[in-house]
Design a binder for this molecule. Sequence first.
Ligand code: NAG
Ligand code: NAG
Ligand code: NAG
Ligand code: NAG
Ligand code: NAG
Length: 502
Amino acid sequence: MEAKLAAGIAATEDSLLLNPFVHHLELETTSEKIKTAFLTIVLLPIRVCLICILLIVGWMLACLGLWGLTEQDLQKRPVTGWRRTLTKWLCILGKTTYRAGGMHVVFKGKQASREEAPILVIAPHSTFLDGGIVYYTGFPSIIVRRESGDNPYIGKLINFTQPVYVWRDDPDSRQNTIKEIISRATSKEDWPQILIFPEGTCTNRSCLITFKPGAFYPGVPIQPVCIRYPNKLDTVTWTWEGPSALKLLWLTLTQVYSYCEIEFLPVYTPSEEEKRDPKLFASNVRAVMAKALGVPVMDYTYDDCKLMTRAKEMNLPNANVIVEVQKLRTRLGLDQTKIEECFIENLSCQDCSQISYVEFSSYLNVAANDGNAQRIFNLYEKNKSGSIDFREYVLGVVGVTENRKTLEILRLAFKIYDSSGKGRLSENDFVPVLVHTLSMSIYESREIFQRIDSTCQGYVTFDGFLRYAEKKAEFAGLFSLSKEELRERNNSIVDNNKVKSH
Ligand SMILES: *[C@@H]1O[C@H](CO)[C@@H](O)[C@H](O)[C@H]1NC(C)=O
Ligand SMILES: *[C@@H]1O[C@H](CO)[C@@H](O)[C@H](O)[C@H]1NC(C)=O
Ligand SMILES: *[C@@H]1O[C@H](CO)[C@@H](O)[C@H](O)[C@H]1NC(C)=O
Ligand SMILES: *[C@@H]1O[C@H](CO)[C@@H](O)[C@H](O)[C@H]1NC(C)=O
Ligand SMILES: *[C@@H]1O[C@H](CO)[C@@H](O)[C@H](O)[C@H]1NC(C)=O
């Protein structure tokens, strides 16, 4: 048993999970630290003052440009005349702001006109500083959440780009946004180009993640634009696991120079097939950009990566294939049925640690010749043994179910690994439960078993474990709300307040 477990864990660690949503940034050498401290005193205050002044002037220009325009005017037709001229000034001002922050922008290729390509597709998206690209591409319209427009400073600038708004509360939001993009992109009027970051979230630029199809629905020619930050110290990357925006800003502003490279690739005109299939269009454009950038593509979304990170933290069985398994389950329609969870309440396999493919497909109630089911089986099969540990599969599935707390997963794991069926787990049943939910070592788990089972009855119950764990600091996390849960609660409170105040 121990050997088997050890082998399972080793296999998970071998194929390291690629997670492009992390960024590590620390000042390593003493000379770097001294330099940063020195520039923080000498350079930072000057830059911050300059940038503030430029930002205020920019804001005033945007206010002037919006002056006397109603929401309707902005949404219905492109601004013209002196207001158009004003956008040019705003671009110059924006570029100067970046220059004042030490950012040097280098161009490759040439930006296409709106006639050639109504939509600019920008990738990889890795930082809030990417937003500055609007100044370098002649103030195109952007796509933003409606709430962003309410910000008193940025809101003016955003509104002045004549953005396409996404309304989060509106159930038809997606459709309306797409309609709006199509009507702008194909309009006879002289709208600005539309600028889209198709990834929709920041990565560390090590790969291109799934492109959302929004930019590709209109089926018009698009120009792919690559952004690189070829700096020795990467002070810009802003991902959900990494330094805060403030720290990044500080470290960027205390670099003597930072470089940003914007490369305009040739305009991509969709084929008839791509026009009919926006997802195909998106994935082909992504392939072109990945080639230009020399990075791989990864079919992950932000949610997928959060899922995998959690699975890895808990050390769920086969954590590295869990996203793939979830996708296969969706194709089989299992995400709707919750069949695995019913199974926990009523474990009917003789020996769940070894089941054949025929049993597997019958438990899941899917056709035995279904390739997706076969693929899941293969992912869990070890050593071509012709059998899988069904408990590992079920635990993986329930472990990544949305919003399920660790304590609840632990409770289910106790049921899944309960070979007695009486709620009494032997040491061999108990060990994998802790290994695969709390990411403990086999050795630690055995020790805990022995401490709980101090009277040597040979088994441990869930309640017995809880009674033990409540007294131990190392398990405190189980009983308190996790950070994420707290944040979610806060958000729901904020959201409720918003709804109330409307
Ligand atoms: C960026 O993500 C990749 C995984 O795709 C990871 O291997 C790499 O360490 C990350 N880079 C940084 C600087 O954190
Ligand atoms: C931006 O425009 C929206 C509506 O188009 C408006 O509600 C919002 O107040 C504007 N933002 C600012 C800062 O003026
Ligand atoms: C448990 O399984 C048996 C047969 O395996 C089945 O007859 C019974 O309906 C199941 N009970 C529940 C609650 O699913
Ligand atoms: C895998 O199979 C080989 C040969 O059949 C055997 O020697 C080895 O011990 C097996 N490994 C595991 C982890 O079962
Ligand atoms: C939630 O809000 C409270 C006060 O409203 C704050 O003290 C706490 O830090 C917030 N928690 C998180 C995780 O954001």
